[in-house]
Design a protein around this ligand. Structure first.
Ligand code: AMP
Length: 299
């Protein structure tokens, strides 16, 4: 397979989802899955991760069909990572019903990366010790490190997470996590506090309220596509990151606002269906058409 421009480590999961629009079990999910499906619309992308012996054949085929490099996804005896989540009726909150790390618990990646020299590394949401392991193996070969996390790791491994943040150029998190992590109720203050820990850019995702870019010199709000009929918000954040970094890998890192508009556009498709349903066959032109809607909103 050809060289890749983006490498991602994160979860590859079988998800059980409950929303007011329906319940589904064993859907292909995981932070690395959503991310790589979005990013691979822009440039070749490789996934570093692990699945169990129960990982369905048709899920493997999804990576192959989308040309996502899976040479660094290992299969081990045991269970694939499983996560269950239930959303409130208005999608404003989510309860984790269970997290079963399965084969991820003892995963020690031995990466033979297909990444080009100077590629981008995305440390998607997974335990910080694993993010750091991958970072250490790849840091000399990449030009940009971007990371994400979730509340579980703020609770379970705050030191590891701080180490991840310190070593990231761009750090993404959602509004609740920003407040929990920094103990600041104001998101701008939270972002500024995180900037002092190492990254040059912090992006706070605010669900239906859009996202906020915080750098030393700028604070910019990016909207969501209005009036989307939401079915399942799972993976919105990961596919947002895939759009953001996919854009940067393809078009360069200078125009962060455009990158965020692409990110927001892709996330709007993700939430319109269950699991990866609405993004798997999405093409760049469909993504661009919503980017234009968003551009008109920020004029
Ligand atoms: P998001 O909705 O963007 O927060 O991402 C949801 C995805 O994250 C789901 O597909 C889950 O499988 C995955 N996920 C949930 N909890 C964790 C966790 N603790 N570590 C890694 N991935 C997780």
């Amino acid at each position: 397979m050809d060289k890749t421009n983006i490498s991602v480590v994160g979860s590859i999961a079988l998800d059980s989802l409950k929303t007011s629009k329906g319940n589904y079990d064993n859907l292909l999910g995981g932070s690395a899955t959503y991310f790589s499906i979005a990013a691979s619309k822009f440039v070749p992308t490789e996934v570093i991760g692990i699945v169990g012996s129960d990982f369905p054949k048709d899920c493997w085929e999804i990576f192959d069909r989308k040309n996502i490099n899976s040479k660094n996804i290992v299969e081990k005896n045991g269970s694939t990572f499983r996560w269950g989540g239930e959303y409130s009726d208005d999608y404003s909150s989510r309860e984790t019903l269970f997290t079963e790390l399965g084969v991820f618990e003892h995963f020690k990646p031995n990466i033979i990366s297909s990444s080009t020299e100077g590629g981008i590394l995305f440390l998607a949401n997974i335990q910080p010790s694993l993010q750091l392991d991958v970072l250490n193996q790849m840091k000399n070969n990449v030009s940009l490190v971007v990371s994400d996390t979730m509340n579980l790791w703020i609770d379970l491994d705050i030191d590891g997470l701080h180490n991840v943040i310190k070593n990231s150029d761009i750090f993404l998190l959602n509004d609740e996590e920003a407040i929990q992590l920094t103990k600041e109720s104001n998101l701008i203050n939270a972002g500024n506090q995180l900037l002092r820990k190492g990254p040059t850019t912090v992006i706070i995702k605010m669900g239906g309220e859009g996202s906020m870019l915080i750098t030393e010199n700028n604070i910019i709000n990016i909207p969501c596509i209005p009036s989307i009929d939401v079915f399942d918000p799972t993976g919105a954040g990961d596919s947002f990151a895939g759009g953001l970094i996919g854009y940067m890998a393809k078009y360069g890192q200078d125009d962060v606002i455009s990158a965020m508009l692409y990110a927001s556009s892709i996330a709007s498709f993700t939430v319109s269906g269950f699991g990866i349903d609405k993004i798997i066959n999405l093409n760049l032109n469909e993504i661009k058409s919503r980017v234009e809607i968003l551009r008109a909103l920020i004029k």
